[in-house]
Design a protein. Structure first.
Length: 288
C-alpha cells in the first residue's frame, strides 16, 4: 500500500469530485482515478459510491477516513520524533563495566568526575569482561571500564581500542585461616580478573599444585567462599580491604603473587557525540 493513495483518498473524500480532487493533487483525472482504484483493489472493497454525483463514501470508506488521517499524521510526526530519540540517545552515555568495578570503583569515580564534565544520563550495563568487550566492539556501548594487568596489552588494545588508566588496584591471593592449602577458588573463563591471573601466573599455579574446587565469574561470590574457608582466591584489594584489616582473610603465597592491576576506561575508537567526547576528555583530565 502506497501512502500517497491515502492522500488521494482523503482529497476525494473531501470533495466527492474526481476532477477537482485530481486538480488538487496536480494529476490528470485518469491517473488519479487509477490510484483510487489501486487502493480499493488493495483493500478488496469499494470506498466510494460512484452512482451519484458527488461520489459518496461507502461504509468502508467512512471508516477508513479517520484511520487514514491518523496514519498520515503519525507518519508526519516520525521525523521529529526520530530526531528527539537520536538527541536523547546522544546525550545518554552508554557504559559497560565488569561486575567487580560496578560495585566498588565506579560510583566514587563518577562522583569525582562530575566537576570536570556536564551531568547527563548514564546507562550502565554490568557484565563479565568478555561480554563487555563484545558490547563495545559491536558499538552497543561507548565505553567499558575493566581491570587490566599493569603495563600489559590486552585484547581490546590489540583491536585498536583507545584506553586510559583511571585507577589502580592489586589482585591479591587471600584465604581464611585454616583453609585447605591447595584448594583454588577460581574465576570462570569469561572473567577479566581470571584472564589476568591465568596470563600472569597460570603455569606457576599449576606447578604449585593448586586444584580448582570452585569456579565463578563474580569476585563477590569467590570472596564469600574464601571467607567460609573453602580455599585460596585472588581478589581485588578494593574488595577485601576490610576483611584483611580485620584478619578475616590473610595474604597467601610469595610476594610476586600479588599482581598490580589498573582500572582502564576503553572507548569506541570511532568519533562519538559531543557529550561522550567531553566525558572522555574529562576522564583524561581526572586521570592526570
Amino acid at each position: 500500500m502506497n501512502l500517497t493513495w491515502l492522500e488521494d483518498f482523503l482529497a476525494l473524500a473531501a470533495s466527492g469530485n474526481f476532477s477537482r480532487a485530481a486538480e488538487d493533487r496536480h494529476m490528470t483525472q485518469p491517473a488519479f482515478s487509477r490510484r483510487i482504484r489501486a487502493l480499493e483493489e488493495w483493500l478488496a472493497l469499494d470506498l466510494f459510491d460512484r452512482s451519484s454525483q458527488p461520489a459518496r463514501l461507502t461504509a468502508a470508506g467512512a471508516w477508513l477516513r479517520p484511520q487514514a488521517q491518523e496514519l498520515l499524521a503519525r507518519v508526519a510526526r516520525i521525523p521529529a520524533e526520530a530526531r528527539a530519540v537520536a538527541q536523547a540517545n546522544a546525550a545518554t552515555l552508554r557504559l559497560a563495566a565488569t561486575h567487580a568495578l560496578s560495585s566498588t570503583f565506579l560510583p566514587g569515580w563518577l562522583q569525582a568526575l562530575e566537576p570536570h564534565t556536564a551531568r547527563g544520563p548514564i546507562r550502565l550495563l554490568s557484565d563479565v569482561l568478555q561480554h563487555c568487550e563484545t558490547l563495545l566492539l559491536q558499538r552497543q556501548v561507548q565505553f567499558v571500564i575493566a581491570h587490566a594487568l599493569a603495563g600489559a596489552h590486552d585484547g581490546l588494545h590489540a583491536a585498536g581500542v583507545p584506553s586510559l588508566a583511571i585507577g589502580t588496584d592489586d589482585l591479591l591471593p587471600v584465604r581464611a585461616a585454616g583453609a585447605p592449602q591447595h584448594a583454588l577458588l577460581g574465576f570462570s573463563d569469561e572473567s577479566g580478573l581470571g584472564r589476568i591471573l591465568r596470563g600472569a601466573l597460570g603455569p606457576e599455579l599449576a606447578a604449585a599444585g593448586l586444584q580448582p574446587v570452585f569456579t565463578a565469574h563474580l569476585a563477590s561470590v569467590l570472596k564469600s567462599m574464601a571467607l567460609e574457608g573453602r580455599g585460596l582466591a585472588w581478589l581485588p584489594r578494593s574488595l577485601v580491604r576490610e576483611e584483611l584489616a580485620a584478619g578475616r582473610l590473610q595474604l597467601a603465597g610469595p610476594p610476586h603473587w600479588q599482581l598490580p592491576v589498573e582500572v582502564r576506561l576503553y572507548r569506541d575508537p570511532a568519533p562519538l557525540g559531543a557529550h561522550a567526547e567531553a566525558f572522555w576528555k574529562a576522564a583524561g583530565v581526572l586521570a592526570r
